[in-house]
Design a binder for this molecule. Structure first.
Ligand code: ATP
Ligand code: MG
Length: 258
């Protein structure tokens, strides 16, 4: 086994990175592939979503693997049962760009890559969920990734969040730190806003490089409630969001030869 590593990134907050990461992990795990999700966001959203039980005091996270010499295996937890074949390495509120350990570490850009590379042999796919910022953490996430995917919310800031990620990926490649391949951008809450007409969004989005407009995920007001109930796509395979992620997953799996 030698896992491929897929990062989900956008500078914009709330555009659907964590929902996309969870949905892709669930779909691919359901096909029998072993998926490790590494939560690289100090908000710990995907950790809270996927862990079967809350972390107990003293249990290890990505932060402890990076800075406290925690054995990697002890920071990997089997995800809750609604996420078959999925494992999660949780984040910590300490994983901040201005954290002293992060800042004083040597080769900060490759910190997460080292963890990913050590975990590859035990998984088919490693998914990295990233914070909503262009910080050293996002750089470290992109450096670790073989591929990256950009979710867009149905708003202009999400569209503006694409270029900084693409530029960072180019810098990483130019510096020979990594070679993250761009898989494209897709809208995760298509058709939601009262501020923006669909045709105006479409026109602006058409300018985004690598737009995967066939894979836009519709907005659904029920979705947040479903997330809060901690149900998953597997509970309603025919829900339009679920169907959207099924289609996107097939495309991604083919692109990354999974
Ligand atoms: N297709 C959708 N329809 C409606 N709401 C959605 C959809 N996808 C995601 N959401 C909601 O949008 C909100 C933000 O989603 P999510 O947490 O995945 O974004 P994020 O990019 O990870 O946010 P952050 O930048 O804070 O990490 C959540 O409340 C989520 O339930
Ligand atoms: Mg998130």
């Amino acid at each position: 086994m030698q896992a491929k590593c897929l990062a989900i990134a956008n500078r914009k907050g709330g555009c659907g990175k964590t929902s996309a990461a969870t949905s892709l992990a669930t779909e691919i795990g359901s096909e029998g592939k072993r998926v490790l999700v590494i939560d690289c966001d100090e908000q710990c959203s995907i950790s809270q979503r996927m862990l079967a039980d809350p972390l107990e005091k003293g249990e290890f996270t990505l932060y402890d693997v990076l800075f406290n010499k925690a054995p990697m295996g002890e920071a990997i937890f089997q995800a809750a049962k609604q996420f078959p074949n999925c494992y999660i390495m949780p984040s910590s509120p300490r994983l901040k760009p201005d954290d002293h350990s992060f800042n004083s570490a040597l080769s900060r850009e490759t910190l997460i890559k080292r963890v990913v590379d050590a975990a590859r042999k035990n998984f088919d796919l490693i998914i990295l969920d990233s914070p909503p910022a262009m910080s050293i953490i996002t750089t470290a996430v992109l450096t670790a990734a073989d591929y990256f995917l950009i979710p867009l919310g149905f708003d202009i800031s999400s569209l503006e969040g694409v270029e900084p990620v693409l530029n960072e990926a180019k810098k990483i490649e130019a510096a020979k730190l990594g070679k993250p391949k761009y898989l494209g951008a897709f809208c995760t809450q298509y058709g939601q806003s009262r501020l923006l007409a669909t045709k105006d969004f479409d026109q602006l989005a058409a300018e985004v490089s690598g737009l995967l407009d066939k894979f836009h995920i519709p907005a659904s007001s029920n979705w947040k409630q479903a997330e809060m109930r901690n149900t998953t796509l597997q509970d309603s395979r025919s829900h339009p969001i679920s169907k959207g992620y099924q289609k996107l997953t097939k495309y991604i799996a083919k692109e990354i030869h999974l």
